[in-house]
Design a protein. Structure first.
Length: 133
């Protein structure tokens, strides 16, 4: 892990932990688009540690739009199916009743920005269409 990643990893801004019992309530009450972090087994997926460092930076890159939550290890299998996640580590970008998209594995920063930006634009476009109806 690079020096900047190590410094970022030391920040005490862990996302809220969710499971099957509280994930829907968390999403509904958040008032924002939720980014669910599916970490997976750290021994099998060591890049999850890097994604854990990237996640708060992604939240900060879209001020006021996103909130993060980490899926509890024991809930991952069931919630992966619910949110369309196929591999770990992954980020599922969701809003109540709808998965906007899933970003699997570690990506280039520009890829995260483009993919999440497109998902948010889709939400904005749907919101404008609903207002006009």
């Amino acid at each position: 892990m690079s020096g900047s990643l190590a410094r970022a990893a030391a920040r005490p801004n862990a996302p809220t932990l969710v499971d099957e019992a509280n994930v829907d309530d968390f999403i509904a009450r958040s008032g924002k688009i939720v980014v669910l972090f599916f970490r997976g087994d750290a021994a099998r997926f060591p890049e999850a540690a890097d994604l854990a460092v990237v996640l708060p930076e992604l939240i900060n890159a879209f001020p006021g739009r996103l909130v993060a939550a980490e899926v509890a290890a024991e809930a991952e299998r069931g919630l992966m199916a619910k949110f369309g996640v196929a591999v770990c580590p992954s980020l599922a970008v969701v809003q109540p009743g709808h998965t906007l998209g899933v970003i699997a594995k570690i990506q280039d920063w520009s890829s995260y920005l483009a993919q999440i930006g497109a998902m948010l634009a889709e939400v904005d476009q749907r919101g404008d269409a609903e207002l006009q109806s």
